[in-house]
Design a protein around this ligand. Structure first.
Ligand code: HEM
Length: 276
């Protein structure tokens, strides 16, 4: 299997062009293997039983606990639509389904870029970044949770903050791959005709363009694996209450008490001011 695709420049020298599309199949298989392994693991190896909810704890919690503001939900679904459009227009031609994809692709790319800029500003100044940070206690909690899930003794872990550790790690992975695909995608727009700025394929040398296409391709195929995993978790029955919160904006109090630590994420009533 090849990892890179090489070509020849007008002077007969070998030059890097892009990744090898074999990597698209590797990324897809990895995503499918991960999903299959996780489903088998949960079905046959995890012994964890749901802890009974303390009925008294429910009393002080609003019936609908605010989780995502309208602005956050709109961002999420615009980004998801742009991401799917980019994956389809980027990869259908690679697997042999030819159509004029470039215009839809860069327009979806600009929509993704603008939505990510909006999200970065909104998250930094309004939501606060602390809910996404990972500290040593999160790691020891995760180790305890894992040990208990396979029947070993371990101290009781804290419940989750707003985002479980795995969601935070996923977010960091998507920030890295999404950031790389966006930066390289914007640069690649100098290679094509768009109304935004004049085409200028000479701003970089051929080897530099090769590197830019390699980084775009690598992050794009990584996004295939990440998106498969994300959709899988989004539709798993025990996670659907989180997915629905991305539609309606709130979670019910039973799920809040069952899964979340009020010290790390205080419950606020849906519709109250200051909802994030
Ligand atoms: C989910 C995110 C994305 C995926 C999966 C993706 C995938 C791809 C793929 C597979 C190619 C073909 C590359 C090659 O031939 O080596 C490509 C090219 C391209 N992409 Fe993306 N891309 C994404 C995001 C973006 C973004 C955010 C932009 C712009 C802001 C963008 C702009 C472009 C441009 C301009 C090209 C080059 C077209 C050409 O050279 O003819 N892409 N993309």
């Amino acid at each position: 299997m090849n990892f890179l695709t090489w070509g020849t420049d007008p002077w007969g020298q070998e030059v890097l062009i892009r990744i090898s599309w074999d990597l698209l199949y590797v990324a897809s298989v990895l995503g499918i293997l991960f999903v299959g392994a996780h489903a088998v693991w949960l079905a046959f190896f995890v012994q964890e039983e749901a802890e009974a909810v303390d009925e008294a704890a429910l009393a002080g919690v609003p019936e609908k606990v605010a989780r995502h503001s309208l602005a956050s939900r709109v961002f999420h679904w615009v980004m998801a639509a742009a991401m799917l459009a980019l994956l389809l227009t980027g990869f259908l031609p690679v697997i042999g389904i030819q159509f004029p994809w470039v215009t839809i692709h860069w327009v979806a790319g600009v929509v993704l870029t603008l939505s990510v800029i909006y999200h970065t500003i909104h998250a930094t100044f309004w939501l606060g970044l602390s809910a996404m940070l990972v500290g040593p206690k999160d790691i020891s909690d995760a180790v305890s949770r894992f040990k208990r899930s396979i029947g070993q003794d371990a101290p009781a872990p804290r419940k989750h903050g707003k985002y479980p550790l795995e969601n935070r790690l996923y977010h960091h992975a998507i920030t890295l791959t999404g950031g790389l695909v966006i930066v390289t995608g914007i640069l690649m727009m100098f290679r094509i005709d768009t109304p935004l700025w004049a085409r200028d394929p000479y701003i970089f040398t051929d080897p530099t363009w090769g590197m830019i296409y390699v980084v775009h391709g690598l992050s794009a195929v990584s996004l295939v694996t990440l998106v498969i995993a994300h959709i899988y978790f989004g539709i798993r029955p025990e996670k659907r209450w989180i997915t629905w919160s991305m539609v309606w904006g709130w979670i019910d109090r039973r799920h809040y008490v069952e899964h979340h630590d009020p010290e790390q994420w205080a419950a606020r009533s849906e519709g109250s001011s200051g909802q994030r």
